[in-house]
Design a protein. Structure first.
Length: 249
């Protein structure tokens, strides 16, 4: 399968957003929500309520599971960003000048993309049945194409060291134990949580929706998290854009 182009890698956020909105657009021809379809499959005895009340309880349960997936996604990406650095994670350019094999990279080669797949599976439950498949497998396919591009660049720049790492550590599915030794590099959690603030906002919005089942609440939380995320990056980049003070002679 052809790997992603430079344009796709540079604008990967917008491609992922486009896939997500394409999944939501599937409501045009598939009118049943994916979570509602799952709720109909849960027997009343499983949620310990009467059959008259099982439907809303089932939806709380399903969207609660979606919230759990979103939390796991944010946690995994934050752990990875603590070792890879958020400036690299969110950079438009492909970085292949070094190989990181600490933190979650000892269990899996692409924890950032694994987190994205978990998020897609969770947030995809807001879409229709067909939309869930479009979002989840659309993101998986796009991530796979990004991985092919990154691996080609790492093979060219790192040579045998990356080939050995690639042979030892699974691409997506995590190993049961670390497959390579840690270099001892310390994680930087502050910048990691700041860089993944938007992911935590996604998780919070899904959890809020699981509690209230109100789409308005979902949009309020996601909008607030986006504003906080933008303010964080503006504050982070502001000193770099300021001219240094003139030196007294």
């Amino acid at each position: 399968m052809m790997r992603a182009t430079e344009f796709e890698f540079k604008h990967r956020f917008w491609f992922l957003a486009g896939i997500f909105w394409a999944g939501l657009a599937c409501y045009r021809f598939d009118h049943q929500n994916a979570a509602v379809a799952l709720a109909g499959l849960i027997p009343p005895s499983f949620v310990h309520v009467s059959s008259l009340a099982v439907f809303p309880h089932s939806l709380h349960l399903i969207f609660g599971f979606a919230g759990l997936l979103a939390i796991l996604a944010a946690a995994l990406r934050t752990w990875a960003a603590a070792h890879l650095r958020s400036a690299i994670v969110h950079d438009h350019a492909l970085h292949s000048e070094g190989l990181v094999a600490d933190g979650p990279f000892r269990w899996m080669r692409n924890p950032l993309y694994d987190g994205g797949i978990l998020l897609a599976a969770g947030m995809g439950l807001l879409a229709s049945r067909v939309g869930w498949f479009v979002i989840t497998f659309g993101w998986l396919l796009f991530y796979y194409r990004l991985v092919l591009r990154e691996e080609a660049a790492l093979t060219e720049s790192q040579g045998e060291s990356f080939r050995a790492y690639r042979a030892a550590v699974p691409r997506f599915f995590p190993a049961l134990r670390p497959q390579v030794k840690s270099s001892g590099a310390l994680p930087q959690w502050g910048q990691a949580f700041g860089g993944e603030m938007f992911m935590w906002g996604f998780a919070a919005s899904v959890v809020a929706f699981a509690i209230t089942l109100q789409i308005k609440t979902f949009y309020i939380v996601i909008a607030a998290s986006f504003i906080c995320y933008m303010l964080y990056w503006i504050a982070r980049r502001k000193p770099q854009n300021q001219k240094p003070p003139a030196r007294a002679e």
